[in-house]
Design a protein around this ligand. Structure first.
Ligand code: ZN
Length: 435
């Protein structure tokens, strides 16, 4: 979600569906998707190495090299698909490096045997791709100014950077996917058809769409069975509400979606709704397993269509509920500002059981937050995120440490007794107004 500079519109994505397509058309679409993956993997192989950190800064250079390397002609892939795949692969590699750097920074921050000035040295190098590349190539690099005035063992630190980089560096590889992107010059709309560039020059493949909407931005094409789903970004005008003047303090919970410090609750019992959703899907999955066993096949070999459809349906029930309740909150509370806590990030560990992983991925906390931020932009509401520290454990009335059990917060000092989410929401209000 991007808020545009002038703040008159926000970008949101919408989905458009095609009608069922002929085998010929779906074959064509699959062949484009396949070739785009080949292009991406070629870019990964060429430019994911540690010698290309600095080169990635310029998509232009890489694009130029890829243009003349012969792969496009060999695949006979139209430029509109080829070049989009190249630039997507480049941005994948860039975010890959950003990930590697963030991992290194996390790790050095935790190292107690490193002095602060040494950590600054490492961070400075990571910020400068030119020097970083020299360090990785074991070359002499320009001096890093050391404000603390201490003599650093640069050799040791450079070695550490190389070691940590090797630890997190991988060459990405894209598996075949049923999707690709197409730039605006690669398609047009006409009479309810999406007409896409094909391998024959000056010819277009006409895909019949279910509605007459027309887009003019980069499209993501997803092939699902015998039809396609087109995802397009659209501009939505920001709504200004003159009567939205309140500040509300919201605790985002797992049982009830939102509890405000004024005591009102929105998205009541979201938790049990999500649990039911998970249980129904688990049950469906269990049935699939039994069925697969009976047929002596792997679960992936069974048709995924029905299960995928059920998953989608279950999921949209919950997301509809979340959005309806958030909208009701905005209408009722008329906020100018919403104060929430920053999310507590749980670093995924490898040894989590699949069950726990599933539980985390199914938690709707992130989705709720993302929707609050989006609606904030759409309705011109300030979303303020504060540090959650202390919001759960202290008494909102007197500040003493309280006790929490079976959903209730009880303060031994002043006797305050309230639902845990309500006490937390009141703490959010206190912390926000004190700062
Ligand atoms: Zn108290």
């Amino acid at each position: 979600m991007i808020t545009n500079k002038k703040k008159l519109t926000v970008t949101k994505t919408v989905v458009q569906y095609s009608k069922p397509l002929s085998q010929e058309i779906t074959n064509f679409l699959h062949s484009i998707a396949k070739d785009c993956i080949k292009v991406k993997n070629a870019v990964y192989e060429r430019y994911s190495g540690i010698g290309s950190v600095n080169k990635l800064a310029s998509v232009y250079t890489i694009m130029n090299e890829m243009r003349y390397c012969g792969l496009r002609t060999q695949l006979d892939l139209p430029t509109v698909y080829y070049e989009t795949a190249v630039s997507e692969a480049v941005s994948d590699l860039k975010s890959n490096w950003a990930f590697i750097k963030s991992k290194i920074i996390l790790e050095i921050n935790k190292k107690e045997n490193l002095k602060e000035c040494e950590k600054i040295y490492i961070r400075t190098i990571l910020q400068n791709n030119n020097i970083y590349e020299q360090v990785l190539a074991n070359q002499k690099h320009e001096e890093i100014r050391n404000t603390a005035g201490e003599i650093l063992n640069e050799k040791k630190l450079d070695n550490l950077i190389r070691r940590l980089t090797r630890k997190y560096h991988i060459c990405p590889h894209a598996e075949s996917q049923n999707r690709f992107t197409i730039t605006p010059n690669g398609y047009s709309y006409k009479n309810g058809y999406l007409k896409m560039v094909c391998r024959t020059p000056r010819k277009r493949v006409a895909v019949p769409m279910k509605d007459n909407r027309e887009f003019d931005r980069q499209l993501l094409i997803r092939i699902v069975g015998d039809h396609i789903e087109v995802t397009a970004p659209v501009e939505v005008k920001i709504k200004k509400h003159e009567d939205y003047e309140n500040t509300i303090y919201a605790y985002i919970g797992y049982t009830d979606m939102i509890t405000l410090s004024n005591g009102r609750i929105y998205g009541e019992k979201l938790g049990s709704m999500v649990t039911l959703e998970t249980e129904r899907l688990n049950e469906a999955n269990r049935r699939r397993q039994i069925e697969a066993k009976a047929q002596d096949r792997k679960i992936d070999e069974l048709g995924n269509k029905k299960y995928a459809a059920q998953k989608k349906k279950e999921h949209s029930k919950t997301t509809n509920f979340i959005n309806t309740e958030l909208n009701r909150m905005l209408r009722t509370e008329k906020p100018k500002r919403i104060v929430i806590t920053r999310p507590i990030t749980i670093e995924p560990k490898k040894n989590y059981s699949p069950y726990l992983n599933r539980k985390f991925s199914r938690s709707f906390d992130n989705y709720v937050r993302e929707r609050i931020r989006y609606k904030g932009r759409l309705h011109n509401i300030d979303i303020v995120e504060i540090n959650p520290k202390g919001t759960g454990s202290i008494c909102s009335q007197c500040g003493a440490e309280g006790k929490r059990n079976t959903g209730q917060f009880v303060c031994g000092k002043c006797g305050f007794n309230a639902a845990i989410p309500l006490n937390s929401a009141k703490n959010i209000e206190n912390i926000y107004n004190k700062s």
